[in-house]
Design a binder for this molecule. Structure first.
Ligand code: NDP
Ligand code: GDR
Length: 327
């Protein structure tokens, strides 16, 4: 039985990846940080699985990772933990860089020391399409120029480069997935898609009056998180580690996502939606579109869920969630 360590287990991707690996017969160790309130709703359904275990860890506490590496001697490590909110990274740049950049450095350095031959442990890094920033030459592939436009994206570029550097310097099996935006019913409620689906449901139920948004013109290449965690796993099954863009190849604006959800809900955008200048970012990233030809060819990976299906899935799930809460 293979053992996988997942950082960021309480997050969107950590929970989908855990589901995926448990179905494939892995022993999964989910690493979570201590928080003052309970934040395990995305993994409550697997808590009693005998092949699943939770351990405390913090990206800013290297000793915690060392101990877990020595305790479990994992076959695969997925580094999904991060301060992952782009706008928040302008407010808390140091915490973001500490967790995203130095957190990854600490993990890679521990792995190369515990497994100097690079034969035992395979490492996955959650790189991001935000690294392309305001590069105007889309669609982006693995060779496109990185022009990060936030503290978050700068920190992700550092980790991305470090993965390649450790791979080439020490021969460790480390791969980066350059994932474009991926959403789901488990998406954090402060990211724009979930903010919209949740607000539409609450407005429909008479529980919210207005929805305030920032830049509606921004375009993103939105996919489904459940499809994207499979790509992470596929990367670590390859003989040779490498970097891969994971995307759908179609971009839509925030306005288009809003229209899709409000039309489905039967709501009037004019009546309920306003913009708020506080929700704009000091530097905007206008257009992110990915070209995942390499992943299609080498990993045999394809996205399954399209834009409209995703928006409806999220709205329906929030509807059911709110029905349970109000009844
Ligand atoms: P989430 O924000 O949903 O989850 C982030 C996870 O990281 C949470 O479990 C959080 O814990 C944990 N975390 C944050 N800081 C620390 C820390 N200092 N020590 C330990 N754990 C910490 O992100 P997603 O699941 O959406 O994304 C997963 C990864 O993929 C992230 O690295 C993100 O930057 C990256 N990414 C995401 C994309 C997307 O569209 N979703 C696209 C490209 C990259 P807690 O619950 O306590 O807050
Ligand atoms: P992003 O996702 O910044 O792309 O990062 P987010 O959903 O936050 O923003 C997408 C676009 O929507 C615009 N926007 C708003 N965003 C938020 N959060 N709230 C609003 O009210 C709002 N109004 C408009 C934003 O300006 C932006 O253009 C996500 C994260 O998961 C990162 O961790 C990941 O690396 C990238 O996706 C790829």
């Amino acid at each position: 039985m293979k053992t996988a360590l997942i950082t960021g287990i309480t997050g969107q991707d950590g929970s989908y990846l855990a589901d995926f690996l448990l179905k494939r017969g892995y022993f999964v160790v989910g690493l979570k940080r201590r928080t003052s309130s309970i934040c395990t709703s995305r993994i409550d359904h697997i808590f009693n699985n005998i092949n699943f275990k939770i351990e405390y860890f913090n990206l800013n506490d290297p000793g915690s990772f060392w101990r877990l590496l020595l305790k479990y001697r994992p076959d695969e490590v997925y580094n999904l933990a991060a301060q992952s909110h782009v706008r928040v990274s302008f407010e808390t740049p140091e915490e973001t860089v500490q967790s995203v950049a130095l957190g990854t450095l600490r993990m890679l350095d521990a792995i190369r020391t515990v497994d100097p031959t690079g034969n035992q442990i395979r490492f996955y890094q959650a790189s991001s399409s935000e690294m392309f920033g305001d590069n105007p030459n889309y669609p982006f592939n693995e060779e496109s120029r990185l022009m990060p436009a936030s503290p978050y994206a700068c920190a992700k570029v550092f980790s991305h480069n470090l993965v390649r550097n450790y791979r080439e310097s020490y021969g460790i099996h480390a791969s980066s997935g350059i994932l474009f935006n991926h959403e789901s019913p488990r998406r954090g409620e402060t990211f724009v898609t979930r903010k919209i689906t949740m607000a539409a449901v609450k407005i429909k139920m008479g529980l919210q009056d207005k929805l305030y948004l920032g830049n509606l013109e921004a375009k993103r290449d939105w996919g489904f998180a459940g499809d994207y965690v499979k790509a992470m796993w596929l990367m670590l099954q390859q003989d040779t580690p490498d970097d891969y863009v994971i995307s759908t190849g179609k971009a839509y604006s925030v306005q288009e996502f809003l229209e899709c959800v409000f039309k489905y809900a039967g709501l009037d955008i004019e009546k309920y939606v306003d913009t708020d200048s506080r929700l704009f970012r000091p530097q905007e990233v206008p257009y992110l579109l990915g070209d995942s030809s390499k992943a299609k060819k080498q990993l045999g990976w394809e996205p399954k869920v399209g834009f409209e299906e995703l928006a409806k899935m999220m709205y329906d799930s929030d509807w059911n969630l709110m029905c349970k809460q109000v009844n």
